[in-house]
Design a binder for this molecule. Structure first.
Ligand SMILES: *Cc1c(COP(=O)(O)O)cnc(C)c1O
Length: 398
């Protein structure tokens, strides 16, 4: 008997493989900041972060300082960058744990400097330049001013300069060309000012798989490391799905023609039918948009989802699957025999993004980690060489 109601298998060997693919595409010596925000897109941030670090990533990217602290609590010692914004209360604990921050305004800069000064710490910041995303980030014409302010601040260290690309086709979009030009100009002027920093990072998964130029020294892939891309880009077929989602048949029922199924009776049996109930629903990652349209793998074949997917249950029509018995494994995402439902297929069928599928696999679904012994360690840029200290700003004699 299968012990779990529903479970998500997370294949750490697939993660290692995908990291190696990313590394090869990004180029020798380019560092990888593995994005693990939103619990590593539902895969479990702690396990993913630990394995990614074993595979040689240069750092980890998260969305909030709470996520950064979760990793620190779990013993992750690699650099962690909070890509999003900071909320007042979070600053102190995050600084104490050497979490690094994306910085987008002089007001956040002052606050960071104040807290860092009060605690006698140095805050490492990544200047986030808004070249078209329109959410966080300083506009290019104000970036130099903010860079000067960072240089002048005694308790801030410029750890990186970054921007974020909006197009799901990455470098193949005209908008990306314009974004790169705006970003490149900021980087050039910062260099001309004699500023130094550790990482210059732009490329997300789409940029890595569309050969962004320049790739700079560090890339920030998320979805590619989990085995999918936001658009059909070259190299997609090299990636391996990391998560699979499975459940089991808990009830089989023969019903006469005319029997309705589910909320709103959106499906009614046209013939005498055999129905299989699966104990998972939208709280477990089955998109409601698959109601009356998705398929699930049973015994290596596809069975249609009928009626509305609800929070806890999904019903399949197995009239044409005579061998099915209670306790059979059902695969919502992943491989069963010769059949496979990929993340991309599932998302396309559901009319949502691949990211949304794995992120919506609820907390009650156990993540079972597989593999992890094989390492395919991507070569990384070395940590920066020691350098002469930059002179501290002169204290006023008064
Ligand atoms: C989420 C995120 C990424 C990763 O994007 P993918 O499309 O998953 O590769 C990179 N950079 C920033 C700033 C992000 O927020």
């Amino acid at each position: 008997m299968i012990p779990e109601r529903v479970w998500a298998e997370v294949d750490l060997d697939a993660l290692a493989h995908n990291l190696a693919v990313v590394r090869r595409r990004a180029g020798a010596g380019v560092g990888i900041v593995q994005i693990v925000k939103a619990d590593a897109y539902g895969h479990g941030a702690v396990a993913i972060a630990h394995h990614a670090v074993r595979c040689g990533v240069a750092g980890l990217g998260v969305g909030t300082s709470g996520e950064a602290l979760e990793l620190r609590d779990a013993g992750v010692r690699a650099p962690i960058v909070v890509l999003g914004t900071l909320v007042e209360d979070e600053v102190s604990a995050a600084l104490h744990h050497q979490v690094e921050f994306g910085l987008h305004s002089s007001d956040r800069l002052r606050r960071l400097e104040e807290v860092a000064a009060a605690r006698g710490l140095i805050a490492r910041v990544h200047l986030n330049v808004d070249t078209g995303m329109g959410r966080l980030g300083v506009l290019p014409d104000r970036a130099l001013e903010l860079l000067e302010d960072i240089r002048a601040a005694r308790h801030l260290e410029l750890a990186g300069i970054m921007t974020h690309v909006t197009a799901s086709e990455g470098a193949f979009a005209d908008s990306t060309v314009a974004q790169m030009a705006a970003f490149g100009a900021v980087v050039e002027r910062a260099r001309a000012l004699g500023l130094r920093w550790r990482w210059t990072h732009v490329a997300n998964s789409a940029c890595v798989f569309s050969d962004l130029e320049p790739m700079y020294d560090t890339v920030r892939p998320g979805i590619a490391t989990y085995g999918a891309l936001p658009a059909p880009l070259p190299g997609r077929e090299e990636l391996r799905g990391v998560m699979s989602l499975s459940s089991q048949v808990v009830f089989l029922k023969d019903v006469p023609a005319g029997t309705p199924v589910g909320y709103g009776a959106t499906w009614v049996a046209e013939r005498a039918s055999r129905l299989a109930t699966l104990p998972l629903g939208f709280a477990d990652g089955v998109p409601t948009s698959l109601s009356n349209r998705g398929t699930v793998l049973l015994r290596g074949r596809r069975a249609p989802i009928i009626g509305r997917v609800n929070m806890d249950y999904t019903v399949l029509d197995v009239t044409d699957h005579p061998g099915v018995v209670v306790g059979d494994r059902a695969t919502i995402l992943g491989v069963d025999g010769d059949e496979r439902i990929t993340l991309e297929e599932l998302a396309a069928e559901a009319g949502c993004m691949t990211y949304e599928v794995t992120c919506s696999v609820g907390r009650r679904v156990p993540r079972l980690y597989r593999g992890g012994e094989q390492l395919s360690v991507p070569a990384q840029a070395l940590p920066e060489a020691p350098r002469a200290p930059t002179p501290a700003p002169q204290e006023s004699p008064l």
